[in-house]
Design a protein around this ligand. Structure first.
Ligand code: SAH
Ligand code: SF4
Length: 393
């Protein structure tokens, strides 16, 4: 890339970050003036402690209680003197989103509808691995989405706001509460909630600052301690932010491709009009850490008669040639009045075979939690506006 190109990308990134900040959540201050400690970076936590005249080691202690032990109550913090516990409780809380609804599917997938302080809601899905004691937590990054991919239920809901770092990491912590998995398992110990996939509602790279902060907390070794290999960020292709995410977070990347020609992708994933396939593929090739051990996942939703031909499969193989990649074929998950049908089993198998014969893993994702609308692309909540006083004087 020429220097001019790099400058342009930097300008574009600044524009995206500034626009995204307009959708940031309300302050984490509670009505009673107390502040939520969840979602603060280590430096911010230390700053809060120094503001109340406490030494920096206090922040380290709190970090351990909050993210390793999962404590939500200062009185449980046995390494902290009682008087100090009271002082902290006067000024701070360790919050969790409220569980408005929890539903369990016939296949044990569990969907949580979380409600945040301002009444906004987002969904989180826990997908247990049926064969082993582990599972993925699918986390939302926004309430709604600015993008409107045609096959996605979330895309029918306008963007209400970004989720804050506390709300993003809070989804994982509240799910851990529900399964009683505290303290955070360490080292190689098995974990029921073993991976995070940023594949819920919203486009994580249009809320990069909050997502990055939350994932930095998740990866911190003295807390939740999930390795970056256990976190996957899925994007519909916000090209300028892919480089940033790669450099700063180094988590696994999943790219929602869904079409191999610009004409069709422009329709299915409208962001393609801004960042077309060639640019997207170039960003994937640049993504750091991509190697045979850490492949980029291309997600491809199988839509009957739309993108599931053998010619599409061959073009896909051409696009990803030479890249450390795998292709996740996702049978389309219908939602109320959705405009597509799921490809036939034989069409999916034919497609998968062409990709596999070219040397790429091409697993077909078994739909999970469809009965409770918890499968990929089925999440959506009613937009709630902040209650306004109806009194007329
Ligand atoms: N906004 C991000 C992450 C959330 S969507 C993104 O688009 O990548 C997670 C995955 O589910 C994406 O690959 C998305 O394209 C896919 N998806 C959306 N609607 C779907 C549906 N109805 N059936 C199957 N997959 C769907
Ligand atoms: Fe948004 Fe992803 Fe749904 Fe597209 S697929 S509308 S980017 S959540």
């Amino acid at each position: 890339m020429t220097d001019g190109g790099a400058d342009l990308t930097e300008t574009e990134r600044a524009r995206i970050l500034a626009k995204s900040a307009l959708f940031d959540p309300p302050s984490e201050q509670l009505a009673d003036g107390r502040r939520d400690l969840v979602g603060l970076s280590r430096a911010e936590l230390a700053q809060e402690m120094s503001a109340i005249g406490e030494a920096p080691f206090r922040a380290k202690q709190l970090w351990h209680w909050i993210y390793h032990q999962g404590a939500t109550d200062f009185s449980r913090m046995s390494s902290i003197a009682r008087s100090m516990q009271l002082k902290l409780a006067e000024r701070f809380v360790i919050g969790r989103p409220d569980i408005a609804v929890a539903q369990t599917s016939a296949d044990d997938t569990r969907k949580f509808l979380f409600r945040f302080r301002d009444g906004q809601e987002a969904e989180t899905v826990y997908i247990p691995d049926p064969a082993e004691d582990r599972g993925a937590v699918c986390i939302s990054s926004q309430v709604g989405c600015t993008l409107s991919c045609r096959f996605c239920h979330t895309g029918t809901q306008r963007l209400t706001r970004n989720l804050g770092a506390a709300e993003i990491i809070g989804q994982f912590m509240a799910a851990r509460d529900a399964y009683g998995e505290w303290p955070s398992p360490t080292g190689q110990a098995p974990r029921l909630l073993s991976t995070i996939v940023l594949m819920g509602m919203g486009e994580p790279l249009y809320n990069y600052a909050n997502v990055a902060k939350a994932m930095t907390i998740a990866m911190d070794n003295e807390g939740i301690a999930l390795s970056r290999r256990r976190i996957t960020l899925s994007t519909s292709g916000v090209v300028p932010m892919m480089d940033r995410a790669g450099a700063e977070l180094g988590v696994n990347l999943a790219v929602s491709l869904h079409a191999v020609r610009d004409e069709l992708r422009d329709e299915l994933v409208p962001l393609n009009r801004k960042y077309p396939i060639a640019e997207l593929m170039a960003a994937c090739r640049r993504y750091p850490g991509a190697s045979n051990a850490r492949r980029i996942t291309f997600e491809y939703v199988m839509l009957k008669g739309v993108n599931d031909s053998q010619a599409d499969a061959r073009e896909l193989v051409r696009l990803i040639a030479g890249m450390p990649a795998k292709v996740n074929l996702i049978p389309f998950n219908p939602w109320p009045s959705s405009p597509f049908e799921t490809s036939s089993k034989s069409a999916i198998e034919r497609f998968a075979k062409i990709v596999m014969d070219a040397g790429f893993a091409s697993p077909v994702r078994t739909p999970r939690g469809r009965d409770i609308l918890a499968a990929c692309g089925q999440l959506r909540t009613e937009t709630r506006h902040r209650a306004r006083s109806k009194h007329v004087f």
